[in-house]
Design a protein around this ligand. Structure first.
Ligand SMILES: *Cc1c(COP(=O)(O)O)cnc(C)c1O
Length: 376
């Protein structure tokens, strides 16, 4: 016979002002939702081929360009289907024959498996690291495409974006920045394709992909789409043509565009990427210091430089059941700190995206201390 446990009630002073700590979808700022409601009658339910929505697309493209301080010649392209659809598009329009991939978790592995499944491409070269570790890639001179990931969301490992030594000078550097773009620093000169979706650092909804493309990437797209049969929805030359007109090839979610533009303006008006990244640094400092001190917790990622400043993964001692902590937090309105499901660790995963207030992260750590003391 198991007794029904007494529900643990977290006292009000230990409840963050906003209880959303999910790594994706992630917290959408309430201020943005209020503004969306006010703007909705002129936008939602209106044509994406007309000025109001095209203005939004323009703000998104200009906002990304400002955020990343893109040099002349780089272009921002967007389309529907999220990062997952972008991988498929990359397999048709960016990889010529052979790609080399960093693989250190679910997301980096998924892109490599997309390439593996393509009959028109060679088997990808993999540079692997165990979950929680950071692979160090030296470029293979035969690869025409190098696939990096700035933040492996499934494990909370972050990596520097640098063009790898040894790579062929014509190789394109593709960076999956889905949970990094807008929260982690990056130099545009180090990438050819920096792609992401807005439901993570940009505090919007899912379903869209965005990519900053260098001139060599634009040339590769032109060359590949001229010589290869590409389904239209995956054709980056069609996406580019539409983006240049501040449109998407097919119908976008207008609310997603609105929220993306809103967050980009919020970050850019406060000082841009440096400001947003510093905010993530503060949250990361709070959470990792706490985990290092707490007798029952440790950061999952051992190498401190590799610890993500946008997604923190914290392991718990076997004496404490992390899933029980997550359940109590959830019952108290603090949600989505469960670990990445396939990682299978006694762990909590806490998003530290720019929209998440560092003060709320601090309160969360104290809430976890409280819950552990209650359930131990
Ligand atoms: C979330 C995520 C994806 C998948 O994004 P979707 O928009 O859901 O397709 C891919 N890569 C990384 C690093 C992610 O965090």
């Amino acid at each position: 016979m198991t007794e029904a446990p007494t529900p643990v009630v977290i006292p009000p002073e230990l409840r963050p002002a906003d209880g959303r700590f999910g790594s994706g979808p992630s917290k959408v700022r309430s201020e943005a939702l209020v503004d969306l409601a006010a703007a909705a009658p002129g936008l939602l339910g209106t044509s994406h081929r007309q000025t109001p929505v095209r203005d939004l697309v323009r703000r998104v493209r200009e906002g990304v360009s400002a955020l990343l301080e893109l040099p002349d010649g780089y272009e921002v392209v967007l389309g529907n289907g999220g990062t997952t659809a972008f991988w498929d598009a990359a397999a048709f329009c960016l990889v010529r024959a052979l790609s080399q991939h960093v693989v250190c978790g679910e997301f980096s592995a998924k892109f490599a498996s997309v390439i593996e499944a393509c009959p028109h491409l060679e088997s990808p070269l993999l540079v692997e690291a165990a979950p929680g570790e950071r692979p160090v890639l030296s470029g293979d001179a035969d690869a025409d495409t190098i696939a990096l990931i700035q933040n492996e969301t499934s494990t909370g490992v972050q990596m520097d974006v640098v063009r790898p030594e040894g790579a062929h000078e014509s190789a394109l550097v593709l960076v999956d920045a889905t949970s990094a773009a807008g929260g982690l620093r990056v130099e545009a000169s180090e990438f050819d394709v920096y792609y992401f979706a807005p439901q993570k650092c940009l505090a919007s909804e899912g379903g869209l992909w965005l990519a900053a493309l260098s001139p060599p990437a634009l040339e590769r797209i032109a060359a590949m789409t001229a010589t290869r049969a590409v389904p239209a929805s995956l054709d980056l030359s069609i996406a580019l043509e539409n983006s240049r007109k501040d449109q998407t090839y097919n119908t976008p979610a207008i609310a997603t565009l609105f929220l993306t533009a809103h967050t980009l303006d919020w970050i850019n008006d406060h000082g841009g990427l440096a400001w947003a990244a510093a905010r993530c640094d503060t949250s990361a400092d709070v959470v990792y210091r706490w985990a290092e001190k707490a007798p029952f917790a440790t950061p999952f990622v051992k190498e401190s430089r590799a610890r993500s400043h946008t997604v923190a993964t914290i392991d718990f001692d076997t004496s404490v059941d992390a899933s029980a902590i997550a359940a109590v937090l959830r019952a108290n309105g603090i949600v989505d700190v469960e670990p990445y499901r396939k990682l299978g660790r006694n762990q909590l995963r806490i998003a530290l995206y720019p929209a998440i207030d560092p003060a709320d992260v601090e309160v969360l750590t104290r809430a976890i201390d409280f819950v552990v003391a209650e359930i131990e």
